[in-house]
Design a protein around this ligand. Structure first.
Ligand code: ARG
Length: 280
């Protein structure tokens, strides 16, 4: 995770971001973001997570969204190449973070994507622990071509899913594979071909948990799943009931200050410990 010391909404690179709404309340919203981030971190720690911090840098407000920093698997980090200049300054900043993590043994190596393509980290490349494959979003932020590069790098299957809307611009905003083999997702965020791919690979239609706009529009699908625990910035009573019926425990931690930037719980994290053996 990366502390929100320099977090703000200072530019607009997705439809959730409105710098003119942020600026008049900047101090209050910055304080709110600190409270919300600390509460999120506390829940992860209660659930047993070890948190590693990236050092935040001034002028790079979206560094808090560490999901976008890299795809990490089997100890290897593949750092992101950001679509927009507003976030490209994060690349050298996170390069220092990953070099430090390779130096202290938290990671075994840092690899590189080929030049000239965009790929925004785990936000667009999500490991499915029960199916043993990556799901990769492409379109608004990451290039389709990144799929083959990531498959080659990790030696794992990477399933491309085209994102159909600007609002759900990263795969993690609309897609969340769960530990029990269930897939929480928001169908309208995908093309018809993408929806077919999801249904085919889900196997049993019972595994699909379609969220409605009441949850998707609050970035509730952008959730972190640790074992049977699901941590999200929002989750309607209806969705909570459906998840609980399948044996999950839902923890809601309001993240409204981050939703103003288009981010939720998953965006604020990057798992460093995933590999073929990970089940939780
Ligand atoms: N403001 C950030 C952006 O538009 C939010 C990123 C949210 N992260 C995520 N993984 N969806 O890039």
């Amino acid at each position: 995770m990366c502390p929100p010391d320099h977090y703000e909404v200072a530019y607009a690179i997705n439809p959730w971001m409105h710098p003119d709404d942020w600026r008049p309340h900047a101090n209050d919203l910055a304080a709110e973001s600190r409270r919300e981030w600390l509460a999120l971190r506390a829940v992860f720690e209660e659930l047993g997570a070890d948190i590693v911090l990236a050092e935040p840098a001034p002028g790079l407000p979206d560094m808090v969204f560490t999901a976008n920093a890299a795809v990490v698997f089997d100890g290897v980090a593949v750092p992101a190449r950001f679509r927009f200049s507003e976030r490209q300054g994060e690349e050298p900043a996170f390069a220092r973070t990953f070099a430090g993590l390779a130096g202290d043994g938290t990671l075994s190596a840092v690899a590189q994507l080929p030049a000239g393509l965009s790929q925004e980290g785990a936000g667009d490349c999500i490991w499915d622990r029960s199916r043993k494959l990556f799901w990769a979003g492409y379109g608004p932020r990451s290039d389709r071509r990144a799929v083959d590069a990531l498959a080659g790098q990790f030696g794992q299957r990477v399933v491309p899913l085209e994102l159909a809307t600007e609002a759900f611009y990263h795969l993690d905003t609309c897609f969340c594979p769960l530990t029990g083999g269930d897939i929480l997702f928001y169908p309208p965020a995908f093309t018809e071909a993408g929806q077919r791919t999801i249904a085919e690979l889900a196997g049993d239609p019972e595994r699909l948990i379609a969220a409605g706009p009441e949850d998707a529009d609050r970035l509730g699908v952008n959730a972190v799943n640790l074992g049977r625990d699901i941590v999200a910035g929002a989750c309607s009573e209806g969705l909570q009931a459906r998840l609980t019926a399948r044996g999950y425990r839902v923890h809601v931690v309001p993240l409204d200050a981050f939703r103003r930037s288009g981010g939720g719980a998953f965006c604020l994290t990057l798992r460093l410990d995933l590999d073929l053996r990970t089940v939780d």
